[in-house]
Design a protein around this ligand. Sequence first.
Ligand code: GDP
Length: 409
Amino acid sequence: MDALSFVIVGHVDHGKSTLIGRLLYDTQSLTPDKIEEIKKASTGQERRTEFAYLLDHLEEERKQGITIDTTQVFFKTPKRPYVIIDAPGHVEFIKNMITGASQAEAAVLIIDVADGVKQQTKRHSYMLSLLGLKQVIVILNKMDLADYSQEHFNCIAEDVQNWLKSIDIEPVFYIPTSAIEGDNIAGKSEKMSWYTGPTFLESLDFLRNKQFAEDKPLLFPVQDVYKVDDKRINVGRVETGCISEGDEIKILPSGRTTNVNSIEKFLENTSNATIGECIGFTTVDSVFLERGNIVCSPSNLPVLTDTISANIFWMTKGNFIKDMKLNIRCATQETCCRVESINKKIDSSTLEIIEEDAEVIKNLEVAEVVIKTKKPIAVKDFNEVQELGRFVLVQNENICAGGIITFGE
Ligand code: GDP
């Protein structure tokens, strides 16, 4: 099965590093000599320092350019491999997610039960909502500091639930843990027999891979067209569905219909390709495709529009002033655009509305906007097809905002 990638977010000191360290240790993802090394380095200190140390140690290695890359931590369960995408800062993370540099399919929100829901907890979870990352597991950590009390767990879980509901996130699980002691991480906690749900590790196996998009109709943004001999090979990545020789396809924006002649895969002879595969294909008649075209199944067309409603996250120091000219990039499509109206501006930490009908957007502000594009672009609901539901705004080749299309919601 394909690896599932997830991000762990939460207020600083609520136990993220310890959780990752414990997870790697308990899933035997570390080599024996590394464990030995860590144990040695931790000698004389309390056992509890070990796990936080582990991540520091990995970070140190990363800095030295050796083996482990802490921005991508790998481990496995018997069901499938996992990748933890590290989010050094939320701006970086949003940038990476929106630009597609890293793709979390799920998120883990960690909360210290002794500390409760904090500003950063809110900011981070709001960010998940903004990014449409709605597959969320909530870890209520440091249960050892709350005497493993069910009552305390319920009380904090209720707070978290109320908050998350207000931003349209319904977590799949709330799990009481002590990352430091290993309770409910890989093994069931004996100290919390009142909890009958899965351990953290078990809960991960319930998450759905993005893979499910395989059942959806074809969407294939054209990245480039290679001319080889007399063939025109249209290359790109199958974002949803699959493509086979003979399939009828529609090309947007022209709306022209044709059929697939051949599938071209590097060093492979094949007649079809599925989601996630980077391939080329030729058409039966000489249709001229170009970068930015969206190839799709005639049965399920994206919306072709020049007006989109979206939530954008401004992530550059320079202010955005209404009517400023920008470029919009959505999948491989790119065209000039104008932000026509800024209906509402929201403080990403408090969710408070700062201003309605605004003229300026500043760094780290989230805004509900209407964008007018010069040429129509093919878009989809973000929750259905992320690649056609997310975009970036570009000014002088710098990405200054990322956005998620909200029309139709
Ligand atoms: P991060 O900033 O979220 O990565 O948090 P760390 O993993 O660095 O943890 C912050 C502090 O909380 C460290 O001193 C950890 O030892 C401690 N800590 C983490 N998890 C637990 C836990 O389950 N119980 C207790 N008592 N302390 C914990």
